[in-house]
Design a protein. Structure first.
Length: 289
């Protein structure tokens, strides 16, 4: 807005910045409000106010300063440091008093030329196979949980599937997609994301038997892509079938590992022998020398 349209003080001075009160509680910055109240009377009256980080002015000291400012220069102030403003366009007073004051503004240097970034393909994480993040690592734009909700709300299922597969961590899918784009062919259906495989491996590491339900109604382990060798073939077991537990006999395990001549429960004494003709190992010859 132009200066003449901004809310103004009773003497006609327009304000520079108008902030919504909704942002103060959520950001938990009461220091801005206290600084604003302190900064109203200090510049006009030539007062110097210094508030350290943990040794700032108390609420009573601030209210005393407001009362002093009311008596000396600003009688329109309320006891809590607010003032009635006027609409710059109509000249009508506002409905209720507003907190007005002077505070420090720090300019942040954020330029578009320093932030612009784009990526087609680039480095990927070794664990999740997802693109790295940040311009410094030539990473991709993060597509988080709330962005997924936005596409779900619009019903953009194909875009959502593309974002979470071939543009993320579907290894075979992104290679095939890149190849077909170069050759001008139609794209193939996306595969299984690598993050799902990582999740399955983590659950298996916790001792959980994770099985995949296939379209034909069978259960089995997760397979690799069609061009690769399978990790293990599906067990072709119906979903209703339950696995029967089998006790593990440790005696059978030890018999398979250790030779038969070593019997269990017996401790054999070690046998040492001295090779004939080996003077270095003969204690009598060593004593004669």
């Amino acid at each position: 807005l132009p200066g003449e349209a901004m809310p103004c003080l009773p003497d006609g001075t327009p304000i520079d910045v108008a902030r919504t009160p909704i942002g103060a509680p959520s950001r938990m910055t009461p220091g801005q409000v206290l600084e604003t109240i302190l900064g109203f009377g200090a510049p006009g009256n030539g007062w110097h106010v210094a508030a350290a980080v943990f040794e700032g002015a108390t609420e009573k000291e601030i209210l005393d300063l407001v009362e002093k400012s009311r008596q000396e220069s600003s009688p329109e102030l309320t006891p809590d440091g607010r003032m009635l403003l006027y609409d710059g366009r109509t000249g009508e007073p506002m409905r209720r008093p507003v907190t007005v004051g002077t505070m420090y503004m720090m300019k942040l240097i954020h330029l578009v030329d320093d932030k612009i970034h784009a990526r087609s393909i680039g480095p990927y994480s070794l664990i999740t196979q997802q693109p790295l993040g940040g311009k410094a690592q030539f990473g991709g734009q993060r597509f988080g949980e709330m962005e997924v909700w936005a596409l779900e709300g619009y019903g953009a299922s194909h875009v959502l599937q593309e974002m979470l597969t071939v543009k993320s961590d579907d290894i075979r899918g992104r290679l095939k997609t890149y190849e077909r784009i170069v050759k001008g062919l139609n794209l193939t259906d996306p595969g299984v994301p690598e993050s799902f495989r990582v999740l399955v491996k983590e659950l298996q590491g916790l001792g959980l038997d994770v099985e995949i339900a296939y379209d034909d109604g069978t259960l089995g382990e997760l397979l690799l892509e069609e061009d690769d060798e399978p990790v293990s073939a599906p067990r072709n077991r119906p979903r209703e079938e339950k696995r029967e537990g089998k006790a593990l006999n440790m005696d059978d395990v030890f018999e398979d590992i250790f030779p038969e001549e070593v019997s269990r429960g017996e401790v054999q004494e070690p046998v040492f022998s001295v090779l004939e003709g080996d003077s270095d190992n003969d204690p009598e010859e060593r004593a004669d020398e």
